[in-house]
Unconditional design. Structure first.
Length: 483
């Protein structure tokens, strides 16, 4: 069997992979912690300061430094997932090692009246970790080929690329074909149910280079600003395998692959203030401007069909697309109570309205697409979120501290919306230990994060829902020196 491939090379420069509201969420939803001390307290460090995490939360906290500081925070982590699909459960997991934070802060006495110190800092910090994988296996009454055939319905076979690239690939592999006597109605090579084996692998993260400065005014008021330059890197590979339940069919099995590589760079501004009305109480607030990203997608789609008498593999479709993302504004309120040398209680509140994120045209894309439909879907799918962090630190000896905390991140989805990325709240539980000896300090934190997702491999009207539970355990170790 042979069939001429209709896809034109020109299409790779004008067709998008399918940019949508998920791209906005990916660039906006930050799930990582910073230094081990702040992580051990659930990330509730906005009002405490004197820590490099201030560059990514409330930059006024830099003003609380009394001495210069250098530290680095390596991270060892692992994730596991359990996916249940049609009463069949599959488990996957992975382990990673990375550098979470690296940076320094320099303090300088000020000669200005009422300004005690000024502080300048620079750091690289991971904001988001995308590493995860999950697998679902089981029987389903429908096939992915039904989706391809329905997308092409009503479109003549010689224009089938106008329906979708994947319909074109399926047609070229003889997985869908026209009905006898029709040029625009289609049937599939699997008319009955099939056995599914779907593997989803995601990697990457967001790391931010931050520059900031702050001033200490009379040891009562602290204000600071920081410029953030985030680097977005994300890759996803979906391997979809199906075998026909009816073994008498000419088709034994087929494999459909999608891959996506996303890279981007952005810029944002953070401003904050902290008031110390007494030695025991600190109150802070910060605003993070939207991040303006310039993003490039590289993507490919391919299919292979194994018939009983031959295997057909059309050429893969590959393409690239440039666009821009504007993430939502973030507002923060911070508070902390200092119980002398005995301990600390701290809490942070964050507000973010994900419905205000936007996709925008890039001058590099070569077209004038305005993403009006995708931005309308963003406004409909996402909502305001209210996130809370809380933590405690107890001094158990002159050189030793113990810490515990939690973080609750509300789902950004409106009620009834489901997604293969985030469908429920993300809850983290943290604990840590600190050691201080002169100029040297060592902090260790353990962070456990859990979330539950609802995943539809190719649309709720075709396939049953898969329930995925993801657990992630990370260990942060901060090694630092004050000078």
């Amino acid at each position: 069997m042979t069939r001429t491939l209709i896809i034109l090379a020109l299409l790779s420069s004008v067709l998008t992979y399918g940019q949508n509201e998920e791209d906005i969420l990916r660039a906006s939803f930050h799930n990582s912690f910073s230094t081990a001390r702040s992580a051990g307290m659930g990330g509730a460090f906005g009002a405490l300061g004197a820590d490099l995490s201030a560059l990514n939360s409330n930059p006024a906290g830099l003003g609380l430094y009394r001495r210069s500081d250098f530290n680095l925070t390596p991270n060892l982590g692992g994730s596991s997932s359990k996916t249940t699909f049609n009463n069949q459960t599959e488990s996957k997991g992975d382990v990673h090692f990375k550098l979470n934070t690296l940076g320094f802060a320099v303090t300088q006495d000020s000669k200005k009246i009422n300004v005690n110190k000024v502080v300048f800092a620079i750091s690289v910090n991971q904001l988001a970790n995308f590493n995860t994988q999950f697998r679902l296996k089981g029987e389903n009454d429908n096939s992915l080929l039904d989706v391809f055939a329905d997308e092409a319905e009503g479109i003549d076979y010689f224009d089938i690329q106008d329906a979708s690239i994947r319909s074109q690939l399926a047609y070229d592999a003889f997985l869908i074909d026209t009905l006898n006597g029709s040029s625009n109605q289609y049937n599939t090579a699997i008319p009955d149910g099939s056995n599914h084996d779907i593997l989803v692998q995601r990697k990457g993260g967001i790391s931010e280079l931050s520059f900031g400065g702050a001033a200490n005014i009379s040891d009562r008021l602290y204000w600071g600003v920081a410029i953030g330059i985030p680097f977005l890197n994300f890759s996803e590979k979906i391997t979809h395998k199906e075998s026909a339940s009816n073994t008498s069919l000419p088709l034994d099995r087929f494999t459909y692959n999608e891959s996506l590589d996303v890279s981007g760079i952005g810029i944002n501004l953070k401003m904050g203030v902290i008031l110390k009305p007494s030695q025991k109480l600190r109150i802070g607030a910060a605003v993070h401007t939207p991040t303006a990203y310039s993003v490039n997608d590289n993507y490919s789609r391919g299919i292979s069909a194994e018939f009983k008498d031959e295997t057909i593999t059309p050429d893969d479709f590959v393409g690239t697309y440039d666009y821009r993302i504007k993430t939502p504004l973030k507002l923060m309120v911070n508070g902390a109570f200092i119980a002398g040398k005995s301990g600390i209680i701290s809490a942070d509140y964050e507000y973010r309205d994900y419905s205000t994120g936007m996709l925008k045209m890039s001058s590099l894309s070569g077209d004038n697409y305005d993403f009006a439909a995708e931005n309308a879907e963003t406004r409909e799918s996402y909502r305001e979120t209210h996130n809370v962090k809380a933590g405690v630190e107890i001094r158990i000896a002159k050189k030793y501290r113990a810490r515990a905390g939690t973080r609750y991140m509300q789902s950004p989805y409106t009620e009834g919306e489901l997604s293969d990325n985030v469908s429920g709240p993300i809850i983290s539980y943290t604990g840590g230990f600190g050691f201080r000896d002169g100029d040297f300090y060592l902090d260790i934190a353990a962070i456990y994060t859990e979330r539950s997702d609802s995943y539809y491999a190719y649309g709720s009207s075709y396939i049953a829902e898969a329930q995925t539970t993801n657990g992630r355990l990370n260990y942060d170790t901060t090694i630092g020196w004050r000078f």
